[in-house]
Design a protein around this ligand. Structure first.
Ligand code: SF4
Length: 351
């Protein structure tokens, strides 16, 4: 006898699950029951009390529930932000964050273990890409947080570790899963896909007919500055990125969000602000200024408050709406990816 790894049951949509169970003689109302349970999140299939024992045993033999293991949770003392360090079935660890806004509970999920985009200010880039997450592994983060807090999650941002458009097929499958009526039923207008600006994939996404919000990391007003911060800028010129965004907005009718981390003395001058305003003229968009979360190793620091407000004013003068991101969970030990990074370095054997 050989032992095959169990499959993640959250990777299947309701039709696929129905097919699987039908092939083993189970009627479709049974698969509906199972689907409902697993989408709500179960630690063990034994919890599915209205499902017959033999079916529970069958499922348990072939599948796991897709709920990641909580290895560490950090709760903010300043607000309701919660950071989770989750362990996946192969032992990989990822970060997921709960953010509580007036309009609802938002979960920020990871789309890959690590990332190969190498952005200079990002902790997730440090170890490179380990692997893609499956659709069910992305979903599992939402399901697990929802179960943990016992309240509905209404918004998702795919802004944790990984470049979601670098894991394109799985991302699309995930979007269909969270949008599923029998599942979490989260409207795609409440889902934000964050990208460092992969032009080909932005164009592809525009054709999918999925009204997700696209959030693009800009971080500079010209190619030279951007190349120093984001290696992806060597592949795509800033103008190509903006053109793809324009197309995306036209096709989907959705405004683009441009993310801009203000780094002291690097990209925060009046001239930079002017360039940004010029680039974005005519694009239905909104700019989100982010006071940089300093990562000590890179020697970057946060622009001061006056600089941020000046930058904001210049861009706004050109008719582009600008917000300064509220820093939730400010006490939770810095930037995204740092909880994972510190956990991994703790586990590494000391020299
Ligand atoms: S900022 Fe995003 S795209 Fe860039 S390295 Fe980090 S996770 Fe990857």
């Amino acid at each position: 006898m050989h032992c095959m790894a169990k499959k993640n049951i959250l990777d299947y949509n309701s039709e696929e699950l129905n097919e699987l169970l039908k092939a083993h003689g189970y009627p479709s109302y049974r698969s509906k029951q199972v689907f409902k349970w697993v989408q709500r999140g179960v630690d063990s299939f034994e919890e599915m009390t209205n499902v017959p024992k033999d079916l529970r045993a069958f499922i348990d033999m072939h599948y796991h529930s897709g709920m990641p293991k909580k290895v560490r949770i950090r709760e903010s003392k300043l607000d309701a932000t919660k950071k989770y360090l989750f362990e996946l079935s192969d032992g990989a660890v990822i970060e997921t964050v709960l953010l509580v806004y007036s309009y609802g509970n938002t979960v920020c999920i990871s789309s890959q273990v690590g990332c190969r985009m190498g952005c200079r200010f990002c902790a997730s880039a440090q170890g490179g890409l380990v692997r893609d997450l499956s659709p069910g592994e992305m979903l599992g983060q939402v399901v697990a947080v929802q179960r943990d807090i016992g309240e509905r999650i209404s918004n998702i941002v795919i802004m944790g570790s990984g470049e979601p458009l670098d894991n394109y097929r799985n991302l699309i499958t995930f979007l269909h899963l969270v949008n599923s009526k029998e599942g979490l039923n989260i409207g795609l207008r409440h889902v934000t896909v964050s990208t460092c600006g992969l032009v080909r994939e932005i164009e592809k996404l525009a054709e999918e007919g999925l009204p997700v919000t696209l959030s693009v990391s800009l971080h500079a007003g010209d190619d030279e500055t951007r190349k120093n911060l984001m290696p992806v800028a060597r592949k795509y010129k800033i103008k190509e990125v903006i053109a793809a965004c324009k197309k995306y907005a036209e096709k989907t009718g959705r405004r683009i969000t441009f993310e801009y981390s203000l780094i002291d003395g690097v990209n925060d001058s009046d001239r930079d602000a002017g360039k940004v305003a010029e680039l974005l003229a005519g694009v239905p968009c909104h700019v989100n200024l982010i006071p940089l979360n300093p990562i000590a190793e890179y020697g970057y620091s946060q622009s001061n408050r006056d600089r941020i407000m000046r930058f904001k004013g210049i861009v706004e003068k050109h008719g582009i709406p600008v917000t300064v991101r509220r820093e939730l969970g400010r006490d939770l030990n810095g930037a995204c990816g740092q909880l994972r990074a510190s956990y991994i370095s703790e586990k590494r054997p000391k020299q």
